[in-house]
Design a protein around this ligand. Structure first.
Ligand code: SAM
Length: 220
């Protein structure tokens, strides 16, 4: 009798592991990012955040959640991760918050005041970006804000090479579908967002941006 339920549980665990393309990268993603970029990626993720963010917060692809530990005690909202290994780390790191944790692609009927997209769009195909932005637009309150932190296209030769290496590395280790960086600004403008604030590092290669729904332009 004991064997059957355990077998089913194991099958679920195996299925979760198989689906978790980021599981090989989970333990060394942060050490590797620190080694190459120091605190810059964390700083980009945290640039416009504080414990005073009011309202419902949506975090998509937040990874291990460490960048939010200082603020999240007062936050409420939803944390969505595609990787079960990352999600489990985030649950531990953010256990003092009132965030709820969800495995899978974002799908919710809640409306949000803030949406955080931290180095996640560069791991997604164009069609997945289109679908995600459509869902976010529906669930973002009219005065809501979207915070993007990302690598941007660069003209610097060394930065171009490192970008290519990172893309190919994640393609190999985590089956990421892209061969280039998305044109984020075009995507956001097409969905009717406008840029309201921006901070750049390394001549604009790494950026953190705040976007809100444009009051002027009709959108998708
Ligand atoms: C490059 S890592 C960045 C992690 C973290 N945001 C950081 O800056 O340290 C991308 C993360 O996004 C997650 N991810 C990718 N696509 C996703 C999706 N559609 N929904 C939720 N999470 C996603 C991956 O599992 C991974 O943890």
């Amino acid at each position: 009798m004991g064997l059957f339920p355990t077998g089913i549980v194991d099958l679920f665990e195996i299925e979760k592991l198989m689906k978790d393309q980021f599981r090989w990268v989970t333990s060394w993603y942060r050490p590797l990012s620190r080694l190459i970029f120091g605190d810059q990626l964390s700083n980009a993720n945290r640039q416009f955040l504080s414990a005073d963010l009011k309202g419902n917060i949506l975090i998509i692809g937040g990874g291990d959640g460490l960048d939010y530990v200082d603020f999240a005690k007062t936050w409420r909202g939803e944390y969505w991760e595609l990787s079960n290994a990352m999600l489990e780390k985030a649950k531990t790191n953010l256990q003092d918050s009132k965030l709820s944790f969800h495995l899978g692609s974002f799908s919710s009927t809640t409306t949000f005041d803030w949406v955080l997209l931290p180095f996640v769009l560069d791991t997604m195909s164009d069609s997945d970006i289109r679908e995600l932005l459509g869902k976010i637009k529906k669930q973002l309150k009219p005065e809501g804000k979207l915070i993007l932190s990302e690598f941007f296209q660069t003209k610097n030769f060394c930065q171009k090479i490192i970008t290519k290496l990172m893309i190919w590395f994640f393609k190999f280790t985590a089956s990421h579908p892209r061969s280039n960086l998305p044109n984020y600004e075009q995507w956001f403008r097409d969905f009717g967002f406008e840029l309201v604030e921006e901070k750049k590092w390394r001549n604009g290669w790494i950026r953190s941006q705040i976007w809100e729904v444009s009051k002027e332009r009709p959108s998708q």
